[in-house]
Ligand binder design. Structure first.
Ligand SMILES: Nc1nc2c(ncn2[C@@H]2O[C@H](COP(=O)(O)OP(=O)(O)OP(=O)(O)O)[C@@H](O)[C@H]2O)c(=O)[nH]1
Ligand SMILES: [Mg+2]
Length: 325
């Protein structure tokens, strides 16, 4: 079988809800992102949409544990769930996978769930691209719900917010966390705030978030709720799940889901085009020797001339592109 035949046969199996084929296609888009167009062409007539939820928070706040318990509840409701865990610490996705599997042992063998962990460091093709492609594969598979777990501090993980419809920001007792998240710009993006580990306290932090929300004007009329959970003992989980469904209903009824879908795709299309255009220009119009010359010039004759040198190259590129078009 040729590579194309293998992809076609895997795609056909995915359409028949074969999880092994899904796992193999995910591995292909992860490792060989250039094959994405070959893969997705087999799903062009599928119209299925999944509802995409993001769980974000500092390392160790309980994202994986919460993902496990809420996914279990969704499975109990008869839904199919695809999970993506972005692990910033592990340099190997294998390690991340095992770590998260331990926390999600209760669900990972369920026939209606599929989970994938990605190590965010050193990812070929970029983590946000891999996450986007996996969400697309989950949608092709027919998942009702997709949960993306991410630490959300680096730019790469931050991009994940453009892909989800409901963002759950998770915090834990202790003020440091709110300040850290405020600095990272994460705190403002929540559709739901969950203070996890409520067995260790958490009332104080919930009050702090409520005060922050009091200072915010919500144009849409939707004010993010603050929920307290203990993921280990399953406390507050029903409230958390209910607030997720409430937000889903809000974005669907208000029509803002369409805006979110639009930005999910326009963001992705621009990113992909940008990557391709950058490659095309760097390969065809930028001469490595010329760049080396600017560097040499800067070191020998002074660094302040780099801008005029770059301008000269840029003008040349613009001219060549115009000539070719
Ligand atoms: N006391 C208490 N511990 C919890 C709770 N939820 C999770 N934990 C524990 O917190 C630790 C971290 O949980 P994880 O679910 O791995 O947290 P995470 O946010 O996914 O961590 P990273 O993926 O490494 O960022 C584990 O030891 C959990 O057992 C909770 O509600 N209460
Ligand atoms: Mg985790």
């Amino acid at each position: 079988m040729t590579n194309d035949d293998i992809i076609e046969s895997l795609a056909n199996r995915v359409k028949k809800k074969d999880k092994i084929a899904l796992a193999r296609l995910i591995t292909i888009v992860e490792n060989e992102p250039e094959k994405a167009s070959k893969i997705f062409k087999h799903f062009e007539n599928i119209k299925h949409d999944s509802y995409i939820i993001g769980l974000t928070g500092s390392p160790g706040v309980g994202k994986s544990t919460l993902t496990g318990v809420i996914a279990q509840k969704m499975l109990d409701e008869g839904k199919t769930v695809g999970i993506i865990s972005v692990d910033p610490t592990s340099p190997f996705s294998g390690g991340a996978f095992l770590g998260d599997r331990v926390r999600m042992t209760n669900i990972c063998l369920h026939p209606n769930v599929f989970m994938r962990s990605l190590a965010s460091r050193g990812y070929k093709g970029g983590i946000s691209r891999a996450v986007f492609d996996i969400t697309m594969l989950y949608e092709a598979f027919g998942m009702d719900i997709i949960i993306i777990e991410t630490v959300g501090v680096g730019q790469a993980e931050f991009d994940v917010y453009n892909l989800v419809y409901t963002v759950v920001v998770i915090l834990v007792p202790g003020y440091g966390d709110v300040i850290q998240m405020q600095k990272a710009g994460i705190i403002e993006i929540g559709d739901i705030y969950d203070v996890n580990k409520k067995d260790l306290g958490g009332e104080d932090i919930a009050v702090q978030i409520e005060m922050m929300l009091d200072d915010t004007i919500f144009q849409s009329g939707y004010r993010p709720p603050v929920v307290l959970t203990d993921a280990i003992n399953g406390e507050g989980i029903d409230e958390l799940l209910q607030s997720i469904w409430d937000h889903k209903e809000h974005v669907e009824l208000s029509g803002s889901i369409n805006e979110k879908k639009k930005s999910r795709f326009s963001y992705k299309i621009k990113e992909l085009l940008f990557t391709k255009v950058e490659k095309l220009i760097m390969e065809n119009f930028v001469d490595e020797n010329e760049v080396n010359n600017i560097v040499k010039h800067a070191l020998e004759d002074g660094k302040f001339n780099i801008y005029s040198s770059i301008h000269k190259i840029f003008d040349k590129i613009t001219l060549e592109i115009k000539k070719n078009s």
